[in-house]
Write a protein that binds this ligand. Structure first.
Ligand code: ADP
Ligand code: CDP
Length: 230
């Protein structure tokens, strides 16, 4: 039986507020690729923990949630949604409560293993020629063999300013503190502050949104050309 060829994978990692989601979605649109936001799954599991009044610092209790974690995500960059069972949690997973609980959930090794398997399976089965997958450990753990691997960074100042412009329900100072503490907790589990071997860094500190998209697309074309000649 002829096996369909696997989609081209563009893997993008980086800290909170570096532009991963918005830039990944935009480049997926331009390339005609699917878009996979992996942070949404960690957030959805943290949402489930809160919904069930599960203490997210209890690794066993969080692991137990995996058995009925009925998760779905839209990978069409123009039709993004996240559901758990019958509940649409697209907006709920962005709440400050979920953001505060998510790092504890993401620290549990069984959770990381299960979600990594899930991401690989979703990425392999998209109905597009390629997929842009973004998160913290995509270039290193989820898809180390990806054709294009990028670390998207920006100075802490730029990241905090971008995120606080988005979140109007909390003070800029609160948003910055929460982001900094989440990055600190997350970086104890995976290193997304420095590029692994073969991973290209795109620093968007002094680039606007459009320039960042262009810089990422340039890396994509360069890597694909190199791959043809290898
Ligand atoms: N290069 C850039 N210049 C200015 N704003 C940007 C840039 N890249 C992203 N943004 C904006 O910054 C905010 C955070 O981006 P987002 O994609 O949510 O980051 P991440 O997914 O890495 O947390 C969004 O409002 C986005 O539109
Ligand atoms: N590949 C990934 C993606 C996200 N995460 C976790 O999920 C959380 C939410 O990810 P996100 O991409 O939605 O975060 P931001 O876009 O808010 O930075 C992170 O703070 C990490 O704890 C992870 O551990 N590994």
């Amino acid at each position: 039986m002829a096996r369909h060829s696997l989609p081209t994978v563009v893997a993008i990692d980086g800290p909170a507020g570096s532009g991963k989601s918005s830039v990944s979605r935009a480049i997926a649109r331009r390339l005609g690729f699917a878009y996979l936001d992996t942070g949404a799954a960690y957030r959805a599991l943290a949402w489930l923990a809160l919904d069930r009044h599960t203490d997210s610092s209890q690794a066993d209790a969080v692991t137990a949630l995996l058995k009925d974690f009925d998760y779905a995500i839209g990978t069409d960059p123009d039709e993004y949604f996240v559901t758990v069972g019958q509940t649409d949690v697209t907006d709920a997973i962005r709440s400050p409560e979920v953001s505060a609980a998510v790092s504890a959930v993401a620290r549990v090794p069984e959770v990381r293993r299960a979600l990594t398997d899930l991401f690989r399976s979703i990425a392999e089965n998209v109905d597009r020629p390629g997929v842009v997958v973004e998160g913290r450990d995509i270039t290193t753990i989820v898809a180390p063999e990806a054709e294009v691997r990028i670390l998207l960074t920006a100075s802490e100042e730029a990241r905090m300013a971008r995120r606080s412009a988005e979140i109007t329900t909390q003070s800029a100072q609160t948003v910055a503190e929460q982001l900094r503490s989440r990055d600190r907790a997350d970086s104890q589990v995976v290193d997304f502050m420095s590029a692994a071997d073969g991973v290209i860094t795109v620093d968007s500190t002094h680039l606007d949104f459009e320039q960042t998209i262009e810089a990422v697309i340039d890396v994509y074309h360069t890597r694909m050309k190199q791959a043809l000649n290898e």
